[in-house]
Design a protein around this ligand. Structure first.
Ligand code: NAD
Ligand code: UDP
Length: 312
């Protein structure tokens, strides 16, 4: 992608700010739309003087007009404590937001990529998860505002594709981490690193035997751009790192990489916390020639350096 007009919703968030940076480096014109619910001005500060960067302080649930050729829809709180804080708003963000963006797609003949999620699979009964798996989601649980919102957005997008031939792409993002995560984000990697750097207790929820597979941000951004650039392929496609580990193993690794004096303590497991998660990425390898390159130690070391600067 070079010299294009690109709208990035949620552009001041963790993933959005990395995508802005990458696409600005290729001389694209970036419209970064954000309501700053979880995003931060600090994340986009380096771009504010770039003539190719324009900040639109807006909410995607309100109707708006813009001329763009490509849209990355990342707007949605992604951390469980944040998306559960105002669950009604979270659902509106996924549903009303996607209708508003599809209007822009129609008016501009634009292409839209939706940041969907591994939460589509809920607490999966299959491991690893392939795109063909329909999932195991509690439709009325505390996570459903996010899970069902993202599932419904996928459904709306595919109907627009079938009925109106809208140019859409769906990426199911698995747990991603890296610099620019908010210090109070509440997700596991940022929590553990901040706790370890402060020598505070590391809060493992439940017995810590639940698994996740963590992808470094640079790999994810490459996967998002490759999907957007692909032709005759709408997805859904899993983008993530299949390197599965338990939450307890992650806690021990972070303690060791930070030389921390922190002790592990166990806290109550949140309701409907998925027991396991690991992407099958054969489709991404086949269709996008994409696979992650950054291993967990290298990725954690970069992320620890970032949080060290914030916490010292
Ligand atoms: P984030 O919370 O850092 O970023 C989300 C951004 O969207 C924030 O800047 C926030 O202010 C903005 N936003 C939220 N609601 C909005 C609204 N109604 N209107 C305008 N802006 C709004 O989270 P992230 O990790 O960067 O996630 C970005 C996207 O990727 C989300 O859609 C999330 O569901 C998806 N995703 C992320 C992960 C991950 O591991 N990081 C995994 C799966 C899916
Ligand atoms: N978790 C934890 N301690 C924390 C934060 C999270 O043990 O301080 C666990 C959480 O219960 C889940 C896993 O880490 O099993 C990943 O949580 P996160 O909120 O990062 O993302 P999720 O994959 O659950 O959306």
């Amino acid at each position: 992608m070079q010299g294009e007009k690109i709208l990035i919703t949620g552009g001041a968030g963790f993933i959005g700010s990395h995508l802005c940076k990458k696409l600005l480096s290729k001389e694209n014109k970036i419209f970064c739309l954000d309501n700053f619910y979880t995003g931060s001005r600090q994340n986009i500060k380096p771009f504010l003087n770039n003539p190719n960067f324009q900040l639109l302080e807006k909410d995607i649930i309100e109707i708006f007009e813009i001329e763009a050729d490509y849209i990355f829809n990342l707007a949605c709180p992604a951390s469980p404590p944040h998306y559960q804080k105002d669950s009604i708003k979270t659902m509106k963000t996924s549903i009303l937001g996607i209708y508003n963006l599809l209007d822009i797609v129609e008016k501009n003949n634009a292409r839209l990529l939706q940041a969907s999620t591994s939460e589509i699979y809920g607490s999966p009964l299959e491991n690893p998860q392939k795109e063909s798996y329909w999932g195991n989601v509690n439709p009325i649980g505390v996570r459903s505002c996010y899970d069902e919102g993202k599932r419904c957005a996928e459904s709306i997008l595919v109907d627009f594709y079938r009925q109106k031939k809208s140019d859409i792409k769906i990426v199911r993002i698995f747990n991603t981490y890296g610099p620019n995560m908010a210090i109070n984000d509440g997700r596991v990697i940022s929590n553990f690193i901040v706790q370890a750097l402060k020598n505070e207790n590391i809060t493992v929820y439940g017995d810590g035997k639940q698994t996740r597979s963590f992808c470094y941000i640079d790999d994810l951004v490459e996967g998002l751009i490759k999907t957007m650039e692909s032709n005759n392929f709408i997805g859904p496609v899993n983008i993530g790192n299949p390197n599965e580990m338990t939450v307890l193993e992650l806690a021990e690794l972070i303690i060791s990489l930070t030389n921390s004096k922190s002790k592990i303590v166990h806290q109550e497991l949140p309701q409907d916390d998925p027991t396991n998660r690991k992407p099958d990425i054969s489709l991404a390898k086949l269709k996008l020639k994409w696979e992650p390159k950054v291993d967990i130690i290298e990725g954690l070391e970069k992320t620890i350096r970032y949080f060290k600067e914030l916490t010292l």
